[in-house]
Design a protein around this ligand. Sequence first.
Ligand SMILES: [Zn+2]
Ligand SMILES: [Zn+2]
Length: 547
Amino acid sequence: MAKSAKYLKTSFLGGVGEIGKNMTVIECGEDMIVVDMGASFPKEDSPGMDAIIPDITYLKQNLKRLRGVVLTHGHEDHIGAIPYYADVLKGVPIYGTSLTIGLLRRKLEKNAKKCNLVTVAAGDTVTLGGIKVEFIKVCHSMAGACALAVYTQGGTVFVTGDFKIDNTPIDGKKTNIQRIAEIGAKGVALMLGESTNVERKGSSTSEMVVGQNLEGIFAANKKKRLIVACFASSNYRVQQVLTLAHKYGRKVVLAGKSMKGMVDVASACGELNVPKGVIVESIGKLKPGETLILATGSQGEPLSALNKLSKGEFNKINVGSDDVVVLSSSPIPGNEKAVYDVINALFKKGAEVIYDSMNDIHVSGHAYEEELKLMLSLVHPEYFMPVHGEYRHQHKHSAIARALGIPSKNIVIPAIGESYSVTSKGFRKHSKVHAGNIYVDGVILEDGEAVVSDRRSLAEYGMILLLAAVDISRGALAGEVDVVARGFSLTDDVERSIKNAVADAVYSSDFDKADIDEYAKCMKRAVRKLFMRDRQFPIIIPVVVED
Ligand SMILES: [Zn+2]
Ligand SMILES: [Zn+2]
C-alpha cells in the first residue's frame, strides 16, 4: 500500500499487556497523533527505580508527522511520561481538559514553558492536521476524564479512556452516553476499550455511596480525630471529605505534598469546592473531634504522610487511641504488604483503622463487566481491541466483545510494539515498531535493563568483590586474591574454592598477560562458572591493580 494512502494505523507503545504507561499512536496518511503518555510505578522486579516510561523512538523517527498529543485524563499512567520527554515534544500541542493540563503543568514545573499545553473542554473537537479529535465526558475516579473519538479519512477510532458509568456522580456530570451512542450510530471502525475491571461482575458502585458511608464514620466518631487517606488524584473523594468536615465542624490539615498540590490545582480549575476556612495549616490547639488529617499514602508508600504518621514522624503528631484512621482506597495488587504494614503499625499505636472493602469506603473508577458491555453496545465498532489491562483482562474483554456479536476475526489483543491497520479488507498486522521500557532513576537511564537486572541479582544473590594485584612482568597474580561478599555470608570453604578457582584460571588460561583488564575478565569468568553450578548469580566485581 502506498505511504500516502489514507488508511488507519494504530501502534501501541505501552498500556497493553500491562496496567500502566498508556501510550497509543494513531496515524492516517501523513498525520500522526498520540493518545496519552503515561508512566508506570516500578514493582519489585525493578527495585529502586522512580518510574518506567515508554520508549518513544518511534515518535522521534516520525516527529515531523506528529500533529499533537491528546490526553484522556490526568492520572500518572496517562500523563506521567511527558515531563521526561518535554524536550522531544517542544512545540507539539498537548491537549487535555483543565484538570489534566493543570496537573501536567505542575508536574512539568519550569519545563512547562517549553510545552505547548492547550486546555479543552468535554464536547470540544480539535483539528490535528487531517485528523479531528472529539473529547467526550466520561466518569472516572477523577474529574476531567474523557473518551476520545478520533476521526480520520480511514475511519473513526473510539478510545474509551478510563471510565465508569456513574448515574449519581457527585458533581452531577455523567458519562455522556447519548453522544457516545450518536458516534456509534455514525459508524466506528475501531474501538480501544479499557479492560481494568473486566473480571468484576455487575456494575461499579457510585462515588456517592462512599460519601454516605464516610458520613456514618463522621457521625459515629464525633470526639475522635479522623485521619483519612486516599489518592491525592481522587478529587471526588477529597471533595466529599472536605464537605463532610465542614458539615461536622472539623478543620482539615492536608498531609503530603501531592495532596496539597492536587487541592491547589483542582480548586483553581473549578473541579474542587473548598468550603471557606475548612483547611488549616496545622492542628494547633484544636481538640481531636475538631480535626481531620487528609493524607496521601493509602498504598503504604514508604515516604508518604500516612506512613510517617504511623511511625510518629509527621509534624510531631502522635497517633493513638483518640484516632480513627480511614483508608479510603483498596491496595493496588503488589502493594498489599506495604499497606498492611502501615495498618499494623497504626493498630499497634492504639488507633482504630477502617480499611476494607466491607465498609464501602472506596469504589473503583473503572467500569465493571456490565458497563463494558453497555459501552461496546453503544459504540458497536467494526473492529475491537481491548487495552489498559494485563493479558488476562484483554482476553476476557475479547470474549465479552464476541458474545456481543463482534466476529472473532475482528478482534485483536494488541501487545507493546505491535502495529495494526484497519482497511476494508480487515485487520492487517504490520512489522513491529520500536518500543519497550525506559527506566528512570532520577534521570533516564541509557542502559536501564542492565541496571535493573543487576539490582535483581544483587537483591537475590548478593555481590562478590575480587581484589587482586598482578605482577605484569611475570604474568601472574602477585598473591592470593581477596574475596569480599555482600548480601550473603561466605563460608571458609566457598572462599577457599573462589581463591583456588581464580588462581587456577589465571595460571592456566591463555590471554594477554600484559593487559590488566584481561585478568579481571578471566577472574570474573572463573567465579561465575563456580556459582553457576549451584544456579546462583551474584554480581561479581573484579578489581585488579598492578603490583
Ligand atoms: Zn485513570
Ligand atoms: Zn489508567
